[in-house]
Design a protein around this ligand. Sequence first.
Ligand code: NDP
Ligand code: 2IT
Length: 451
Amino acid sequence: MDTVKASNETEAFLKTIQDKNPHEPEFLQAVQEVAQDVLPYIEAHARYRQARILERLAEPDRIVIFRVCWIDDQGNYRINRGYRVQMNNALGPYKGGLRFHPSVNLSILKFLAFEQVFKNALTGLPLGGGKGGSDFDPKGKSDNEVMRFCQSFMTELFRHIGPDTDVPAGDIGVGAREVGYLFGQYKRLRNEFSGVLTGKGIEYSGSFIRPEATGYGCVYMLEEMLRTRQEQLKGKKVVISGSGNVAQYAAEKIMQLGGRVVALSDSDGFIHDPDGLDTEKFKYLLWLKNEQRGRIAAYARQFGCGYYPGKKPWAVPCDIAIPCATQNELNGDDARTLTDNGCIAVVEGANMPCTPEAVEWFLQKKILYAPGKASNAGGVAVSGLEMSQNSLRLRWTREEVDERLRSIMRQIHETCLRFGRMEDGSVNYVKGANIGGFVRVADAMLAQGLV
Ligand code: NDP
Ligand code: 2IT
């Protein structure tokens, strides 16, 4: 099909999406990025066009929005908003995390849920896509406040989810503590101990490797990508943004495989540690972020390295960048700075961390660039494995789960090669992931009729 026709089709499609979803820039951004690759593919495959698969994928199955009331430690009444976006369940129960952050709104959750559908399809597991959360900010709250909030949130959410319906997990601001409180309340309300959430503690039917899975998975993907260029991780300088769950375990795996992690960040600034992370520093990082709930600045004080308040880490020269904080955290200028400094690979740990301008630049430069829906799929993949273990009522070993994770990441890489190989032999991982994910969901939707 000629490119003019394809771009007209894309324009018309996006206009409809924009008209239907005004004031939702992140959702539109996510749909646009997928549509650019998928619409030309649909044009060439009439069965998808006639069934209007992409239009149906861009319309959530349903969205639940609810009030969440709770009482803070001073006795004040507090009110937040809760959401669950159930996007598509053609492949399995809705599956995707919950985000607690003051920036949470419908646009952000719809973009995340839309991405999740394609990501979950890429894992090859029986998982539909969804996302949820709240504008509640866990920062600075006591454990009791977080517990009361989680209980109130679940008191509404429980009627919309279930192990065969919709299985939430963590995301920004929702980790082991929050999942524990949410699970406890679900169990109380239903009088049922079931696999309704993933990311559960290992002591109450969680899976080994789930905390590590997103970060490790990203690095397994990176290894596969480097191999296509006869490169290896050993000795490479790596810049990571964020210092939460995904960043921590991406950093650990890089360290284990001989790379040097020289930067980490949080929303206040970044640290630059030219000597790189080691086992002692990593242990400190886990304690600082997960137990103390402290700021990354303390790392610089502890180990005497540089701290740059209010800045992002992209100007630190590196071979590899792994953005692991949030959406649109790496823009076109950052992308140019990275490649000017010799960066050869960017692997997204976060969801949509690179702006469209940054993505365009990486594709133009033909560096190794993996979009989050491929490279951060390890987290939800091990969530899928947690669901399997819960259904079987048994627990696989660390080694077994890790091996399955590796194999899933290898298979995602294969899918990207299959659908993203360009005429000059290079690989467009964005196209590969978008079309690879689309085909799996689309075929399931075709088989199930117009529902
Ligand atoms: P965490 O809450 O554990 O950590 C988030 C990190 O990102 C923190 O360092 C936080 O800094 C920083 N951050 C969050 N929001 C902003 C912001 N607006 N500006 C700057 N920095 C910010 O979350 P996760 O590690 O779980 O999630 C990180 C990313 O990875 C998200 O995009 C998430 O959607 C994605 N992801 C997560 C998966 C998982 O399994 N957890 C799976 C796949 C993707 P601060 O503490 O200062 O807020
Ligand atoms: O964005 C993501 O894939 C996640 N936050 C993990 C979702 C999950 O269900 O494990």
